[in-house]
Design a protein. Sequence first.
Length: 101
Amino acid sequence: MSIIGGIGAGLSGITSGMPGPGIETGGEATGAGGAFGQILQDLTAASQTGDRGIQDLAVGGSADLHDVALSMQMESLSFDLAIQIRNKLVDAYQEIFRMQV
Protein backbone atom coordinates (compact mmCIF):
# COMPACT_ATOMS: atom_id res chain seq x y z
CA MET A 1 0.00 0.00 0.00
CA SER A 2 1.37 3.44 -0.84
CA ILE A 3 1.73 6.18 1.71
CA ILE A 4 -1.16 8.09 0.18
CA GLY A 5 -3.43 5.04 0.35
CA GLY A 6 -2.55 4.55 4.02
CA ILE A 7 -3.42 8.13 4.85
CA GLY A 8 -6.72 7.92 3.02
CA ALA A 9 -7.62 4.80 4.98
CA GLY A 10 -6.49 6.36 8.26
CA LEU A 11 -8.51 9.52 7.77
CA SER A 12 -11.75 7.91 6.69
CA GLY A 13 -13.39 8.74 10.02
CA ILE A 14 -12.42 12.38 9.75
CA THR A 15 -13.65 12.90 6.21
CA SER A 16 -16.92 11.04 6.71
CA GLY A 17 -19.74 12.63 8.64
CA MET A 18 -19.32 12.28 12.38
CA PRO A 19 -22.33 11.43 14.48
CA GLY A 20 -23.36 14.04 16.99
CA PRO A 21 -24.01 13.33 20.65
CA GLY A 22 -26.59 10.61 21.14
CA ILE A 23 -27.21 9.92 17.45
CA GLU A 24 -27.96 6.28 16.81
CA THR A 25 -25.50 4.58 14.46
CA GLY A 26 -25.64 0.88 13.85
CA GLY A 27 -27.82 0.20 16.89
CA GLU A 28 -25.52 1.90 19.40
CA ALA A 29 -25.62 5.45 20.68
CA THR A 30 -22.31 7.24 20.22
CA GLY A 31 -21.43 10.35 22.16
CA ALA A 32 -19.10 13.16 21.23
CA GLY A 33 -16.32 11.47 23.22
CA GLY A 34 -16.51 8.36 21.04
CA ALA A 35 -16.32 10.38 17.84
CA PHE A 36 -13.39 12.39 19.17
CA GLY A 37 -11.68 9.15 20.20
CA GLN A 38 -12.04 7.89 16.63
CA ILE A 39 -10.51 11.10 15.31
CA LEU A 40 -7.57 10.64 17.67
CA GLN A 41 -7.09 7.08 16.40
CA ASP A 42 -7.14 8.35 12.81
CA LEU A 43 -4.64 11.07 13.75
CA THR A 44 -2.35 8.46 15.28
CA ALA A 45 -2.57 6.33 12.14
CA ALA A 46 -1.76 9.35 9.93
CA SER A 47 1.18 10.22 12.16
CA GLN A 48 2.56 6.69 12.02
CA THR A 49 2.19 6.62 8.24
CA GLY A 50 4.06 9.91 7.93
CA ASP A 51 6.80 8.70 10.28
CA ARG A 52 7.25 5.48 8.32
CA GLY A 53 7.52 7.48 5.09
CA ILE A 54 10.17 9.78 6.56
CA GLN A 55 12.17 6.84 7.91
CA ASP A 56 11.95 5.04 4.57
CA LEU A 57 13.08 8.19 2.74
CA ALA A 58 15.94 8.78 5.21
CA VAL A 59 17.43 5.31 4.76
CA GLY A 60 17.16 5.49 0.98
CA GLY A 61 14.14 3.23 0.64
CA SER A 62 11.54 3.27 -2.08
CA ALA A 63 9.55 6.21 -0.66
CA ASP A 64 8.83 9.02 -3.08
CA LEU A 65 9.63 12.51 -1.82
CA HIS A 66 6.32 13.81 -3.12
CA ASP A 67 4.35 11.13 -1.26
CA VAL A 68 6.25 11.79 1.97
CA ALA A 69 5.70 15.54 1.75
CA LEU A 70 2.02 14.99 1.03
CA SER A 71 1.65 12.57 3.95
CA MET A 72 3.29 15.08 6.30
CA GLN A 73 0.90 17.79 5.12
CA MET A 74 -2.06 15.45 5.63
CA GLU A 75 -0.79 14.71 9.14
CA SER A 76 -0.54 18.44 9.86
CA LEU A 77 -4.07 19.09 8.61
CA SER A 78 -5.41 16.16 10.64
CA PHE A 79 -3.73 17.51 13.76
CA ASP A 80 -5.16 20.99 13.14
CA LEU A 81 -8.64 19.49 12.70
CA ALA A 82 -8.34 17.54 15.95
CA ILE A 83 -7.25 20.69 17.80
CA GLN A 84 -10.18 22.66 16.40
CA ILE A 85 -12.65 19.96 17.41
CA ARG A 86 -11.12 19.82 20.89
CA ASN A 87 -11.44 23.60 21.19
CA LYS A 88 -15.11 23.44 20.18
CA LEU A 89 -15.77 20.72 22.76
CA VAL A 90 -14.06 22.73 25.49
CA ASP A 91 -16.02 25.86 24.52
CA ALA A 92 -19.28 23.89 24.63
CA TYR A 93 -18.39 22.46 28.05
CA GLN A 94 -17.55 25.93 29.39
CA GLU A 95 -20.81 27.33 28.03
CA ILE A 96 -22.81 24.56 29.69
CA PHE A 97 -20.87 25.07 32.93
CA ARG A 98 -21.81 28.78 32.94
CA MET A 99 -25.53 28.08 32.56
CA GLN A 100 -27.65 28.81 35.59
CA VAL A 101 -29.93 26.04 36.67
